[in-house]
Write a protein that binds this ligand. Structure first.
Ligand SMILES: C[S@@+](CC[C@H](N)C(=O)[O-])C[C@H]1O[C@@H](n2cnc3c(N)ncnc32)[C@H](O)[C@@H]1O
Length: 277
């Protein structure tokens, strides 16, 4: 195991420039401590001891920029992650969301940074249960920058560990057992969930009733977060909702003027009326 390296500003800026000039990837939105940890992890794997040596590798090895970029995509997730957030949403937000939607209309949701898909499928199960026999539709657009995660999401195949929060009584209704280690989301749910590879900042999306962007913003600088809050504000309908991750909040950001906290502990917000964009 090699010792962790602390990078100088010059080394970080050299690495950012190589990524931008050679492969067109802009790392400037990410928090520096986060980038430093990921670069250290790549250096360990490659047996590289110094920042300048890693910068050379990045410049000369055509595969390394993509490996570094992919290492910035932390795809830890599971179904109904943070159950209290889901329960608060189900009990307090979902009923009025359904009540407001007209017959044959569609509830539209964006799962931004959906990783391998457990979040949008959880949402689809919850919506399907709450809508029941009512003549209402829903569509969940799920996006992530990581192509590999999206292809896993599209298969809808998961191991039992990532499904452990699914209520037992709902399991057979929504999952088909393939073998002891693998279950697949049934079509009744899959047909309402679309997956797209794309950066959260550039996906073109609007008129959403709900945006879930959980455990993505923590990796980004304050400036990048503020741009994303503006984008989310624009992408939501007037009375739409935003749900962030438990370690994310609006405090001290432009977000506080764009969103009102409904359930601050669960990071559930509603869009504020004025449009500052
Ligand atoms: C930790 S996972 C969160 C998954 C899920 N939302 C949850 O909370 O369980 C973060 C995901 O955000 C994605 N991500 C990070 N930055 C992104 C960006 N700029 N655009 C799109 N996806 C991004 C990563 O690829 C990763 O899959």
């Amino acid at each position: 195991m090699l010792a962790n390296v602390t990078f100088s500003e010059k080394e970080i800026s050299l690495i950012r420039n190589i990524m931008k000039d050679n492969v067109g990837i802009d790392l400037s939105d990410f928090k520096i401590p986060f980038i430093s940890r990921r670069i250290n992890a790549r250096m360990q794997l490659k047996g590289v001891r110094e920042g300048s040596e890693y910068a050379r590798l990045l410049d000369e090895d055509p595969l390394e920029p993509l490996n570094l970029y992919n290492s910035l995509s932390i795809n830890v997730t599971k179904c109904f992650r943070d159950p209290n957030v889901w329960e608060t949403f189900r009990a307090n937000i979902l009923p009025s969301m359904i009540q407001k939607i007209g017959v044959n209309e569609t509830i539209r949701v964006w799962s931004a940074g959906c990783a391998t898909g457990q979040e949008p499928y959880s949402l689809a199960i919850m919506l399907n249960e709450a809508i029941g026999a009512k003549k209402i539709h829903f569509k969940i657009t799920s996006t992530d920058m990581n192509r590999v995660s999206i292809s896993i999401a599209e298969t809808g195949k998961y191991d039992p560990k990532s499904l452990s929060n699914i209520p037992t009584e709902l399991f057979p209704k929504y999952f088909q057992k393939l073998d002891d280690e693998l279950y697949q989301v049934r079509d009744v749910i899959k047909q309402n969930v679309d997956f797209i590879v794309g950066d959260v900042s550039s996906v073109d999306i609007d008129s959403m009733d709900l945006i879930m962007c959980r455990n993505l913003l923590i990796y980004y600088s304050r400036d990048a977060q503020e741009l994303l809050f503006k984008k989310f504000h624009k992408s939501l309908k007037q009375d739409g909702h935003l749900i962030l991750g438990m370690d994310e909040s609006m405090l001290g950001t432009i977000g506080t003027s764009l969103f009102l906290p409904l359930y601050p502990r669960e990071r559930i917000y509603t869009k504020a009326k004025e449009d500052l964009s």
